[in-house]
Design a protein around this ligand. Structure first.
Ligand SMILES: Nc1ncnc2c1ncn2[C@@H]1O[C@H](COP(=O)(O)OP(=O)(O)OP(=O)(O)O)[C@@H](O)[C@H]1O
Ligand SMILES: O=P(O)(O)OC[C@H]1O[C@](O)(CO)[C@@H](O)[C@@H]1O
Ligand SMILES: [Mg+2]
Length: 966
């Protein structure tokens, strides 16, 4: 493809952000070549400035008639060559900005400007394009799929991380680019909290329905769709009882909905608009009625939240639409005007199903909540199983998909699992299961947990029932065995934080998708990929999903597995490695077996024990010797104990809260780094895994800097971030932050209920998290808090005044109706002057009788009890990746280890062998501690310089109608 459209009619700039002189030079080279700017020289066409946020910018001035001729093929070759030859990600700049200051932008121009990215394979070229208007506002953002993974994110700066809506976001990732899109849709100017109404256009009517099995989070999805639609100047409708409501029609089933109608829904389980499995809709006559009723209600677009079946139905409905309306016209059931007006059915899917069985999305709304119910149930069952030394066969849901069984198997360290994707012959599974269970028993395990997915089958497709498994455990092993079928408990209760956030953000995106689609746009499905909300073609997703079931039916299990995402495959491999640890012959030969130590540093966080358990069991299955450094660095300096981790000592650790090996905040330098080196030398460690938060980050930095003096530290070292504050540089996600978020959210739900029961009552909840507003921000989104105050923003008095007014108005309009309890979340460090108690007093006083506010302190409850399944399963994944990393880096560091004390370490070796494991867009990446510490960390504030949850705040604000004072 060749793009020959002029970049702009006038002078234009290409603005490149870079983070150091080195990366800046690289960036010039890279982007000059990318833009085919052969004549671009740094002397006469470029000019550099240092932006107020500290990044170095480059402006390449283009000639008036310069055209952007993307020679796609040659550029792809160029990108390939860069990719093959060097780690370009760590050098090139992160974003490319077209500053179109001289032109009025319209949608076509935007498309044109963004066109080049679309022709590039996204894995080759991570890039974001920001289009900015003459005032410097971002009015268009396009990011390629895998944009930004291991790149440095900020320039060196001593400035504290601050949010600002007036500066460019230095990255747009995870859930975050949504708010920018919200501001840009239809090019309406918008402010969070204000409605966007274009008086020249008729209001669009958007309907939402839930269908198939209910799933936790559906209510959040409906709430977000209704409010987002209203926010964008549309009418919002709900279709009651799934497709049943379409077939029946009328205002009782297709209802217009107001902003207030969905108040408080985020905190409620099930689906408040009802769902059904509707046989009539499977018939054409049923769909014909559905079409007629939608047209009668004046609905332009339908958003369906449901599973694979519901979305198959939606797709069929869309494809039949022209023939349905034709028939309706011919039979006189709709008028000619209606026929003309409703030519196209604008349809969009959001995937709500606990099964997590939809292809093209990593998670479906409800799946993690169901997993939470399963893990809690198994944790409970363990207690009684242990008392009687019994075996339990637990049946979990999932008709064609083993995701729930697999993830529950990892999170509860079950002995064996049955999933439809990986069946064995009857004799194979019987032998294998009995072998593993017998070995676990012989090593002292008093409980046996076997998880059977509802759709489990053997290789000849015969269903495997819990009774079949029960029989084998009794007959062959003589175990006292019980069956527990969890059933609909799995769909019960309220949604976990992840599902509330996912459902809310997908709802927002679904409305965007509907508003942006034209008659030619294929119906989208809103998915989450790589931690980012994306649109996928609905038809293709449905087709792929069906093909998994077909592959299983055709006994092509390899294909079925290939069609599952790579994370599923990795989880399965991990489960098999850790559940058969210390039993089978280790994988690696003797000379490759290592001594690997693990240490916990900092405050306890959910998932720390799971990381230790998984690291140790995986080490055993590989043939390594795992050691625990007890009670952190101070423990080692005092030589309290270094112990070799044994399988039988760790039974049950995977599911336990706290830190079994002990933790504290002392860093190596505080403890006695010389003594620590001595013990490293004594035990001859070949690798180190540190699990913890900012003190752990400091620890890794100190050990890495001390390598020149202490050869014992010349080993591969990995930090697995674990802290509820989620403030470790280099990752978007730290272990423990999900557990904490859920603990805080549950606390808030309870407090909100109390507030709702008392007229005119708000609670100010004090939130932990150090200088990081992550917890407060995400909890605010999950519980629908009226406002959140975070350290990054402080508590500006004008904003506080505005929030009090908004609250007062809201209470006044409530007139005592239900669900009107209000929450305000305040990070402890948002203000040193105002505690939650003070803030509550100020609010009460300023409200002048219109409402009152009380403080609430969840305190250390936020560290959570049992770790959440997300933290447990991620801990396993991280720990195994860390061990793999230590194996891989042995060679890199071999020369340094062999050298004497004065050896000068090569920078490459330093970078490669002391790293922080992080999640960036759900890619697991390893970032050198030196890079992170020197360039991406505000050490004083104990924060990364770039905050990745900024846009989540804006969405949270506008979904509750909070007005921002800029
Ligand atoms: N092929 C189809 N044609 C028309 N409608 C369909 C079709 N498949 C499903 N539907 C409609 O969608 C409804 C829900 O489908 P299904 O029972 O398969 O649940 P689901 O959406 O897959 O959710 P879950 O599996 O999570 O329960 C069906 O009752 C039916 O009304
Ligand atoms: O609630 P119902 O209609 O009995 O359906 C149960 C099915 O729904 C699901 O919960 C979701 O598809 C499946 O896991 C289960 O097989
Ligand atoms: Mg289904």
């Amino acid at each position: 493809m060749t793009v020959t459209t002029p970049l702009v009619n006038g002078t234009s700039y290409c603005l490149i952000k870079a983070y150091s002189q080195d990366s800046y030079k690289q960036a010039i080279e890279f982007y000059s070549k990318f833009l085919a700017l052969d004549d671009c020289s740094t002397d006469n066409t470029t000019q550099t400035t240092t932006l107020s946020n500290g990044s170095i910018s480059l402006k390449i001035k283009l000639e008036e008639d310069k055209t952007l001729q993307s020679k796609t093929e040659s550029q792809i070759q160029f990108l390939k060559s860069i990719k093959d030859t060097k780690d370009w990600r760590s050098h090139v700049a992160e974003s490319l900005v077209f500053n179109t200051s001289n032109i009025m932008l319209n949608k076509d121009t935007l498309t044109t400007l963004n066109a080049p990215t679309q022709s590039f394979p996204s894995d080759l070229f991570p890039m974001q394009l920001y289009t900015i208007d003459p005032l410097g506002n971002i009015i268009g953002v396009t990011s390629t799929k895998n944009a930004v993974s291991t790149m440095p994110t900020e320039p060196p700066s001593t400035k504290k991380a601050k949010f600002s809506t007036s500066t460019l976001p230095s990255k747009v990732h995870s859930f975050t680019d949504l708010s920018y899109r919200m501001q840009t849709t239809n090019n309406y100017p918008s402010l969070p909290g204000k409605q966007i109404i274009d008086p020249t256009k008729p209001k669009k009517a958007i309907a939402v329905m839930t269908s198939g099995g209910d799933a936790q989070g559906m209510n959040s999805n409906v709430r977000a769709i209704v409010r987002s639609a209203i926010f964008k100047g549309c009418r919002a409708f709900v279709v009651m009882e799934g497709y049943e409501g379409l077939v029946r029609g009328g205002p009782e089933y297709i209802k217009e909905c107001s902003w207030e109608d969905v108040r408080g829904w985020s905190t409620e389980g099930g689906t408040n608009i009802g769902t059904a499995r509707c046989l009539e809709f499977r018939q054409r006559d049923g769909r014909l009625l559905g079409a007629q009723h939608l047209i009668e209600a004046g609905v332009d677009a339908l958003i369906v939240c449901g599973g694979d079946g519901s979305l198959t139905g939606a797709d069929l409905f869309r494809s039949e639409w022209p023939s349905l309306i034709k028939e309706l016209l011919e039979n006189g059931r709709i008028s000619k005007d209606q026929f003309q007006k409703y030519q196209h059915l604008n349809i969009c899917g959001t995937v709500g199903s606990i099964d997590n069985d939809m292809s093209t999305t990593d998670a479906t709304i409800g799946a993690y909540s169901a997993l939470d119910r399963i893990c809690k149930a198994i944790d409970y069952v363990e207690a009684t199983a242990n008392s009687h030394s019994r075996a339990f066969v637990v049946e979990v849901m999932g008709r064609n998909c083993g995701w729930l069984a697999l993830l529950a198997g990892i999170a509860t360290s079950a002995d064996y699992i049955f999933i439809p994707e990986k069946p064995a012959t009857s004799s194979e599974w019987q032998d294998q299961m009995c072998d593993i269970v017998a070995k676990h028993r012989s090593k002292g395990k008093r409980t046996t947990i076997v998880i059977v997915a509802e759709g489990a089958i053997s290789a000849d497709l015969t269903p495997i029932s819990p009774a079949d498994v029960h029989k084998v455990l009794v007959d062959r092993l003589g175990l006292d065995t019980r069956i527990t079928t969890l059933g609909h408990v799995q769909r019960g209760g309220t949604a976990v934080a992840y599902d509330r956030m996912l459902a809310t953000l997908q709802g927002v995106e679904a409305v965007n998708a509907v508003l942006e689609s034209t008659a030619d746009t294929p119906s989208p499905l809103i998915a989450i990929n790589e931690n980012k909300i994306v649109r996928k073609p609905l038809v293709e997703s449905v087709r792929l999903t069906k093909s998994v079931a077909e592959a299983i039916q055709a006994k092509d299990f390899k294909k079925a597995m290939d069609l599952r995402d790579t994370e599923f495959v990795e989880h399965l491999k991990n489960f098999m490695a850790i559940n058969s640890a210390d039993h089978n012959e280790p994988k690696l030969p003797n000379d490759k077996r290592l001594k690997i130590a693990i240490v916990n540093v900092g405050a306890p966080a959910g998932g720390i024990n799971s990381a230790v358990y998984s690291m140790a069991t995986y080490c055993m299955s590989q043939g390594h010797k795992p050691y625990a450094i007890n009670n952190g660095w101070s423990g080692l300096a005092r030589h309290e104990s270094v112990r070799s981790l044994e399988w039988k000592d760790m039974i049950g650790w995977q599911s336990r809260g706290g830190s079994e090996i002990g933790t504290n905040r002392v860093t190596p330098e505080q403890a006695d780094i010389g003594m620590i080196a001595y013990y490293f030398q004594k035990y001859q460690f070949d690798g180190l895994v540190i699990v913890g938060g900012f003190e752990a980050f400091e620890s890794l930095h100190q050990l890495e800097r001390a390598r020149e003096s202490y050869p014992a530290f010349r080993i591969p070292m990995v930090l697995i971030p674990a802290t509820l504050s989620n403030n470790v540089p280099g990752t978007e996600y730290s272990l423990g932050s999900d557990t904490a978020l859920n603990a805080l959210m549950e606390y808030c739900d309870v407090v909100k209920q109390s507030a709702s029961s008392t007229r005119g009552r708000a609670f100010v909840v004090d939130v932990q998290g150090g200088n990081s507003g992550y917890l407060a921000t995400c909890a605010a989104l999950a519980v629908g808090a009226q406002a959140s105050y975070v350290p990054e923003e402080g508590i500006p008095l004008e904003q506080l005044q505005q929030d009090i007014e908004t609250l007062a108005e809201s209470f006044e309009s409530a007139k005592g109706r239900g669900r009107f309890g209000k929450l305000i979340l305040k990070s402890t460090n948002a203000s040193k002057a105002l505690s939650a108690t003070d803030l509550a007093k100020v609010m009460t006083s300023e409200a002048n009788g219109r409402f009152d506010a009380k403080p609430a302190y969840p305190g250390h409850v936020q560290q959570g009890g049992l770790p959440s399944p997300i933290d447990r399963t991620r801990a396993t994944r991280f720990a195994i990746r860390a061990v793999d990393f230590i194996e891989e880096q042995q060679e890199t560091i071999a020369a340094a280890r062999a050298a004497d004390d004065d050896f000068k370490l090569d920078d490459k070796v330093v970078s490669a062998t002391a790293t922080v494991l992080g999640v960036r867009r759900s890619h697991i990446v390893f970032n050198p501690i030196r890079q992170l510490y020197d360039f991406e960390t505000d050490v004083e504030a104990r924060m990364p310089k770039v905050i990745h949850w900024q846009a989540t705040r804006e969405i949270a604000d506008h979904l509750v109608g909070r007005k921002r004072v800029d």
